[in-house]
Design a binder for this molecule. Structure first.
Ligand SMILES: [Zn+2]
Length: 296
């Protein structure tokens, strides 16, 4: 049995399940101060005999395994969580292998394994924008994980809205995240479903970002998840604008007919985040077997 922690800024979803994605039990715990939140997490897991735990954490977090602060939350406006040693606290308490990554990386891994790909790019568009890339079977990571959400894209000539990013104003996140949609149109994305111009502009911005990711990473598949992507009407605009912006340059067959086989919604549905944490847990367990830390 594996444990999974989908650690979000407003709630922690914890579950017990199997490596094939079966969920046996789950619970939601509000995110308050770290020690208080984690004590409730430990109380939940104690009755189960778990082999490993996987954590998909809200960012920014240190996921560089060679870093002294590996597994710590980095700078965050969230009370009490700044520099919190998240991974170490869970390891000390549970004493089993613990897999750790960002929630977006966990999602990328889950989709990658379920679809049997060699590379993929997972992008979530909601309160913020996040992206995780897997290239040749490994999560793309250098100094840190890439921060693809803050790339610069061109503002639409008719769009006078300045953008919501506190650092760059009109970067991708500043123009296309949930808060950007709300600030530009005065309503939440969910209440704008029937407004065609909203989704055409959103599709235009997403397509611009995707073209850059395709040119730089050439992933085999792009998966678009997150709250703003629960609006299926945006997909046709993305399919329309990606080839238009590419303008015949990138001739791979997936792009000659842009359609849902290449740019698709997640296949894991609403439990995606949890199933992804089981994948992290299973990886941590396999690594521990390989290192001889645990007996099979
Ligand atoms: Zn930005």
């Amino acid at each position: 049995m594996l444990g999974g922690i989908e650690a979000g800024g407003t709630k922690f979803v914890c579950a017990v399940g199997k490596e094939d994605g079966t969920i046996i039990d789950r619970v939601e715990i509000p995110t308050t101060m770290p020690d208080e939140t984690l004590e409730k997490v430990f109380q939940y897991f104690r009755p189960f005999s778990l082999q490993a735990i996987g954590i998909g954490a809200f960012g920014p977090v240190d996921i560089n395994k060679t870093s002294e602060t590996y597994g710590n939350i980095r700078t965050t406006p969230k009370d009490g969580w700044r520099h919190y040693p998240f991974l170490q606290t869970v390891k000390n308490e549970m004493n089993i292998p613990v897999g750790f990554s960002t929630d977006v990386n966990a999602a990328a891994l889950g989709e990658f394994l379920l679809r049997g790909l060699n590379s993929c790019l997972y992008i979530t568009i909601g309160t913020g924008i996040g992206a995780g890339a897997i290239i040749e079977g490994r999560l793309l990571q250098g100094l840190s994980y890439p921060e693809m959400d803050h790339i610069y894209i061109r503002r639409h000539p008719d769009n006078k809205y300045q953008g919501v990013c506190p650092y760059h104003k009109d970067c991708f996140e500043g123009l296309a995240s949930g808060p950007a949609i709300e600030a530009r149109w005065g309503k939440k994305a969910a209440d704008l479903s029937d407004k065609t111009p909203v989704w055409e502009l959103e599709g235009y911005y997403i397509a611009q970002a995707l073209v850059q990711y395709i040119l730089i990473l050439a992933p085999e598949k792009i998966i678009l998840g997150g709250g703003a992507m629960n609006q299926p009407q945006v997909f046709p605009y993305i399919y329309q604008y990606v080839p238009k912006i590419m303008n015949g340059y990138f001739h791979f067959f997936e792009l000659s007919e842009i359609k849902n086989e290449y740019i698709a919604p997640p296949c894991l549905g609403s439990n995606a985040g949890l199933i992804d944490t089981f994948v992290l847990a299973d990886q941590a367990l396999q690594e521990a077997f390989a290192d001889g830390d645990v007996q099979s």
